[in-house]
Design a protein around this ligand. Sequence first.
Ligand SMILES: Cc1cc2nc3c(=O)[nH]c(=O)nc-3n(C[C@H](O)[C@H](O)[C@H](O)COP(=O)(O)O)c2cc1C
Length: 217
Amino acid sequence: MNKTEGGRRRFAPGAPAPSPAMDRDLGELIRSRRAIRKFAARAVPEADVREVLEAARWAPSPANLQPARFIWVRDGELKSELQELARESKAMSAHWDASFAPGGSNATVNDVRTPEVIAVCADPAKSLTNVNDENGYEWAAAMSIYAMWLRAHSLGYGGVFVQHWLPDHAKRILNIPRLWRFLGTFTFGHPAEQKEQTRLPFDEVVFVDRFPGAPRP
Ligand SMILES: Cc1cc2nc3c(=O)[nH]c(=O)nc-3n(C[C@H](O)[C@H](O)[C@H](O)COP(=O)(O)O)c2cc1C
């Protein structure tokens, strides 16, 4: 059963196994989650924000090193600074890719004022040294992000992960150590839009045994 030790909930081997009904719900939850970028200006209860952060905290990491850290940005001035940086980051990208310039297909600057903002960073020193793990800290942070996204959705919120930041500027604003990786922000709140999305067909992305076709570079 679940018990609390020193404020940390631990899940013991005897915890009840997920039921078939939970399975169905999780499948539906995964399929119905969308990137929501428009939010109603209504506060999210702190308990729900904490619940979303709990999902981040319980995400897996290489050897349980837990390299990711999460900054809940609540201060209005900091959020305004980030909003300006979001605009500047798009403008920088537009230097190389016109789709990010005003009027372009990717021009919309993400709202980081209305929703709750969780900045995600990770410590490269907390990585393993196996032959395929030089960036395990980033993988771990990514798993936390998806966990937050799903948990927010399960609580009825909409959200989106935003990677589109000039990272050093974001690190300066948020006081993140220089050598750490700034992954981006997960923003979530009361959804003010409904989205639909598609995916490539199953057989186009899933193969059995070997990648199809003749060897190619
Ligand atoms: C790694 C990653 C980076 C993303 N960066 C941004 C971003 O900078 N701005 C944004 O609006 N959406 C961003 N998204 C959201 C994607 O555009 C969105 O997930 C995708 O279009 C699929 O739509 P869906 O999430 O509704 O299924 C990002 C998603 C991922 C996984």
